[in-house]
Design a protein around this ligand. Structure first.
Ligand code: GCU
Ligand code: CA
Length: 138
């Protein structure tokens, strides 16, 4: 099962403010990044073992344009995510992708490439795979 990392929960970093004025978010709020290039949101996530993990990134973008951002994992930019318009600031959608993670702690940074900054970011979920052990026989 995935582990959810809320944007409002330390050690996550939001270069902007944690807001709660658009409903539909998880937890107690979301990251409203400053509207500028490089105003990032960063998550620190754990993986039990090195390997490929599935990420889910939830955003809302109430404008009519994408809010592209680099996906930077442990300091390496892997791709640019488009963070398309969602129709309203209260409409949230999840982007799913796979990334390589190290065993233990990893940083995932969303780094906007335009002066519009990030969309609003609710959380990142990480599924590092593996199986849950069934209860032992007694
Ligand atoms: C509005 C909206 C914010 C959003 C901002 C933006 O101010 O209320 O939640 O972050 O637009 O354009 O980034
Ligand atoms: Ca913003």
């Amino acid at each position: 099962a995935p582990t959810r990392y809320e944007a409002e929960t330390a050690p996550a970093v939001c270069e902007g403010s944690i807001d709660n004025d658009h409903t539909g978010y998880s937890g107690s709020g979301f990251c409203n990044g400053d509207n500028s290039t490089g105003a990032y949101a960063q998550f620190t996530v754990n993986a039990g073992a090195a390997g490929t993990a599935t990420l889910g990134i939830r955003h809302a973008n109430g404008t009519t344009s994408g809010r592209p951002a680099g996906l930077i994992v442990n300091g390496t930019t892997l791709q640019t995510l488009p963070f398309a318009a969602t129709g309203a600031w209260t409409s949230w959608t999840t982007t799913t992708l796979t990334v390589p993670l190290n065993a233990g702690s990893n940083t995932i940074r969303l780094d906007p490439t335009t002066s519009n900054g990030l969309p609003n970011i609710d959380y990142v979920e990480v599924d590092a795979g593996g199986t849950t052990q069934p209860p032992a026989d007694t």
